[in-house]
Design a protein around this ligand. Structure first.
Ligand SMILES: *[C@@H]1O[C@H](CO)[C@@H](O)[C@H](O)[C@H]1NC(C)=O
Ligand SMILES: *[C@@H]1O[C@H](CO)[C@@H](O)[C@H](O)[C@H]1NC(C)=O
Ligand SMILES: *[C@@H]1O[C@H](CO)[C@@H](O)[C@H](O)[C@H]1NC(C)=O
Ligand SMILES: *[C@@H]1O[C@H](CO)[C@@H](O)[C@H](O)[C@H]1NC(C)=O
Length: 377
């Protein structure tokens, strides 16, 4: 009787939780196998941009500007280029490790279709807006559509109820927004002639929707806010008259966006029953490393390991984008920036560690750290 009424109302989180208890306490072997995946693993679904892309862009029709599947990308850890924009692993790879999950594969990887542990939808260059680097990336809306396919797959493998449990226990990790602002500066877009900065931020934030996932049962969301990309080597050199300093216009957009993001998440927590989030302050914690590299074990906080020109800010790492010539540092571990826009594995590991374990403070990770999301709820 209880089971029947539960099955009829699968969208009620309380009842699902109750059903879960029923399943966990029942000990028949068939229940054991069916619910094994959803009970023992918290799946990880990854969305967003190049900070998390583990190789989806290897499989789309784009340009090398949005790809990193050539040497020396990957040289430190994988020893071959995977498509990750780093010398090694990304934040999302470390989070999977801390959660005792295997490396989470790109959704588009041919032949890959085992989604019990989650999957990675992130695409370098993607923003919250479909217009951002349109045609060259998998935009967030498409990433969310792909997630819908995974929901269908899980239902076919686990049954509707088990699939719901898997989706509600899963963690959804997002890095998105940087490209919506970055694109303005690297394409000379005139969008800021039509909108004020705060209007544009409102449009970006308005499209950073998690509601589709919430409706599919998702409850646990991890975000990183925007890094100070106005100080990335590639942006420092964008205006010669700036003489290598950070681009103020970019920094003010980052500030507005990050405020609006924390406001949005607080609002969602109030409005959506059961919605839990972890917001990592990528901005402050990266700035600390850029400004005081030696305090964190680095030698260079401003210039990149791989690239050309001043600060190695020309996006030429690997010699397949803007020019064939580039310089490569000897030891990426000494650098904060790996290429003109992205970070080294060493930084990603430090940041991931803080996201997982960090003190629950707005300057660190707030209101929960990722370990809480994986283990406490
Ligand atoms: C890839 O994109 C280019 C430029 O947009 C286009 O000309 C080409 O036909 C596309 N190729 C495929 C296989 O879709
Ligand atoms: C943007 O404008 C600057 C100055 O007008 C020009 O030098 C640069 O080539 C332009 N960049 C792009 C991507 O159009
Ligand atoms: C989402 O972005 C589009 C532009 O792609 C914009 O017209 C729309 O207003 C945005 N939605 C919200 C809710 O802000
Ligand atoms: C630009 O930077 C150089 C080297 O730091 C300095 O000598 C020069 O005065 C700066 N120029 C301006 C306009 O700030």
């Amino acid at each position: 009787m209880v089971r029947k009424s539960v099955m009829a109302r699968p969208s009620s989180l309380f009842l699902i939780f109750f059903l879960h208890l029923v399943l966990v306490s029942s000990s028949t072997t068939s229940t054991e196998t069916r619910s094994e995946h959803s009970r023992n693993h918290v799946a990880l679904f990854i969305f967003g941009d190049s900070f998390f892309d583990a190789g989806n862009n290897n499989y789309i029709n784009t340009t090398t500007l949005d790809q990193a599947n050539f040497w020396p990308y990957g040289e430190t850890y994988f020893k071959f280029p995977t498509g990750r924009f780093s010398d090694g692993r990304l934040i999302s790879d470390f989070i999977a490790e801390y959660a005792k999950l295997p490396l989470i594969s790109p959704f588009l990887q041919p032949g890959y279709n085992q989604y019990y542990h989650g999957v990675n939808f992130a695409s370098a260059g993607a923003g919250a807006l479909v217009e951002t680097f349109k045609g060259a990336v998998i935009d967030l809306k498409t990433q969310l559509k792909y997630h819908k396919k995974v929901q269908t797959w899980l239902r076919s493998k686990l049954g509707k109820v088990e699939a719901e449990i898997t989706l509600s226990k899963a963690v959804y990790l997002f890095s998105v927004g940087t490209n919506d602002y970055m694109s303005i500066f690297v394409t000379n877009s005139t969008v800021l002639n039509s909108y004020s900065k705060s209007e544009y931020v409102g449009i970006v934030i308005g499209n950073l929707t998690t509601i589709d996932i919430y409706k599919r049962g998702g409850r646990k969301f991890g975000f990183i806010n925007l890094l100070p990309f106005g100080c990335a080597p590639g942006i420092r050199i964008i205006k010669a008259e700036n003489n290598g300093s950070c681009l103020e216009e970019a920094s003010s957009l980052v500030k507005l966006h990050n405020k609006a993001l924390s406001r949005l998440l607080r609002k969602l927590e109030k409005q959506l029953k059961g919605f839990k989030y972890s917001l990592y302050n990528f901005d402050i914690n990266l700035r600390r490393r850029m400004n005081h590299p030696s305090k964190y074990g680095f030698k260079e906080g401003k210039g990149a390991c791989c690239g050309s020109g001043q600060f190695r800010g020309v996006f030429s790492c690997g010699g397949k984008r803007l020019g064939k010539e580039f310089q490569l540092c000897e030891n990426p571990n000494e650098y904060v920036f790996w290429d003109s826009y992205h970070l080294t594995q060493r930084v990603y590991e430090q940041l991931a560690d803080q996201m997982w374990n960090g003190a629950r403070k707005p300057n660190s990770v707030w209101p929960y750290n990722l370990r809480d999301l994986f283990q406490a709820f």
